[in-house]
Ligand binder design. Structure first.
Ligand code: ARG
Length: 269
């Protein structure tokens, strides 16, 4: 059974702007609605997987986005080192949580910016896709390879370049699915990265429309044949159904105001 880490939105709000979606949304989060939406997502995930919780901390509104806590591989976790001062204090808190859970905590070089599973996603073949250019730094790739392969070298890491600040984390524009499948939004990536994804996934990658991308359709949680996401067009839904997936839509509108949706609210552990 898959396992996910989530963090209750007790202190969630938009009170600074570190991505384009947050612009104009300061003070606009409906906290009660956010809590209901988060509870709904939690209950959906908890029916299909087990869910652990990390304690939220006042003053760290984006801590709900546990995807950025770190990158988990087996019993190792590479803890994040956030680009923006507003999120930097989260790193130590997540690190303490992972230590308390018995993970071996790994760090990249002191100054290397790396935003965890927001920018690093394993596909169904065990390849790690790493997105850089907006948040995580491209040179983190080599350090991730070294960290993960220090024991038995087994992880192949493929770099992708993100080029549009709206798609600032890899998980906003790319979602690997079971059996070598994936969905992605092409305009988020440099041409060579689109080519790399095409080459790796062939007909098994579904390129989503701008409309679906803006509804964070790529920010999806994949559990078995189920795909949990905020919203999808009829076209994307039917294309995914044809590929054997069951789509579960759940409204996370309040979190979109901070530039995040379903997948960023979880970390697969
Ligand atoms: N406001 C948060 C930030 O800009 C949202 C993070 C969403 N996380 C993600 N993995 N896409 O950092």
């Amino acid at each position: 059974m898959k396992r996910f880490l989530m963090c209750e939105p007790k202190f969630f709000e938009v009170c600074y702007v570190i991505n384009p979606w947050m612009e104009g949304n300061q003070g606009k989060v409906n906290s009660d609605l956010a809590k209901r939406q988060w509870n709904n997502l939690h209950d959906i995930v908890a029916k299909l997987a087990s869910v652990d919780l990390v304690e939220p901390v006042a003053g760290l509104p984006d801590m709900v986005f546990t995807a950025n806590a770190g990158l988990i591989h087996k019993n190792d976790v590479i803890v994040s080192s956030f680009r923006h001062a507003e999120r930097q204090p989260e790193a130590k808190l997540f690190e303490a949580f992972f230590s308390s859970q018995g993970y071996r905590v790994l760090h990249l070089q002191e100054k290397t910016i790396f935003e965890g599973a927001g920018d690093a996603l394993f596909d169904s073949q065990g390849r790690l896709w790493f997105g850089s250019g907006i948040r995580s730094e491209s040179h983190a790739l080599g350090e991730i390879v070294d960290a993960l392969n220090a024991g038995e070298p087994d992880v192949e890491v493929c770099g992708l370049e993100l080029i549009d600040p709206h798609w600032y984390h890899l998980d906003t524009a790319f979602c690997p699915l079971p059996e070598g499948q994936a969905i992605a939004y092409a305009k988020a990536f440099a041409g060579k990265s689109v080519a790399a994804l095409d080459h790796a996934f062939g007909d098994n990658i579904l390129w989503v429309s701008e409309h679906d991308a803006r509804n964070f359709a790529c920010n999806a949680i994949s559990i078995g044949q189920s795909i949990i996401l905020h919203k999808t067009s009829a076209e994307l839904k039917s294309a995914l159904k044809q590929r054997g997936f069951e789509i579960i839509e759940t409204d996370v509108s309040e979190f979109l105001k901070a530039g995040g949706a379903c997948k960023c609210l979880t970390l697969e552990t």
